[in-house]
Design a protein around this ligand. Structure first.
Ligand code: GDP
Ligand code: FE
Ligand code: FE
Length: 205
């Protein structure tokens, strides 16, 4: 079976891969659509290398930025309707499209698998505990072949050797970047930093 004919297991998603791809093409600009396709392929490779369910990696990779181009008001409405943490209202699209976007992915696309939804919730800000699937989506988003920033090659090499070390690398560099730019840091980003970065520093020295 080619990847295009792939029927996802019913309990993961009631759509074929082709139907899901069509939904994403509708929801996203061509550039963003190309990004989610590359994240899917990178996530599948990392799943094969790390013994993780490839179908879950495909679905999570494709869906992770589904909500990225929605207007702010859509997220604000969901935060209120689902009585999510009101502190979310102090942030913006960068945080919302994963944390709040997962709710739209559940309700609008029918993704019911909590492992996939958590990976999507955590794809920007991480978490103290991340499943291998969540680590894969977090890293695939950062190192997909279209990414080009100083350090991306190091991130690719580290991730190929040790997925968790890749998570630590990205978390440290994202926090450095946010601080350098004077951007607000979402509390969970700091939680992720404390859970992952010192641990890998110790192991590497
Ligand atoms: P993308 O959706 O594929 O562009 O990638 P991400 O979802 O990983 O990241 C979206 C943006 O959120 C990036 O520019 C990150 O630097 C930024 N970001 C990550 N963590 C935080 C945070 O704690 N606070 C803020 N303000 N931005 C963050
Ligand atoms: Fe994203
Ligand atoms: Fe992304």
């Amino acid at each position: 079976m080619t990847k295009h004919e792939l029927e996802y297991q019913e309990h993961l998603l009631p759509l074929t891969r082709e139907e899901l791809v069509a939904r994403l093409r509708e929801a996203l600009s061509p550039k963003r659509f190309a990004h989610v396709c590359r994240v899917e392929q990178t996530a599948i490779q990392l799943a094969e290398q790390n013994g993780v369910d490839v179908e879950k990696a495909s679905i999570a990779g494709l869906c992770h930025d589904y909500a990225k181009q929605r207007p702010d008001q859509d997220f604000i409405d969901v935060i209120h309707a689902k009585q999510m943490d009101p502190d979310l209202l102090n942030y913006g699209n960068a945080i919302w499209h994963g944390v709040v976007g997962a709710e739209m992915i559940k309700d609008e696309l029918g993704v019911g698998d909590e492992d996939i939804l958590n990976a999507i919730r955590q794809h920007t800000v991480g978490s103290n505990y991340m499943t291998k699937l969540a680590q894969i989506v977090y890293m695939a988003d950062y190192i997909e072949p279209g990414r080009d920033f100083p350090g991306v090659e190091a991130a690719r090499q580290i991730t190929a050797q040790d997925l968790g070390a890749g998570v630590a690398y990205q978390t440290q560099h994202t926090l450095e970047y946010l601080i350098h730019k004077g951007q607000p840091v979402y509390p969970q980003t700091l939680v992720t930093y404390n859970a992952w970065v010192p641990k890998y520093q110790k192991e590497n020295h």
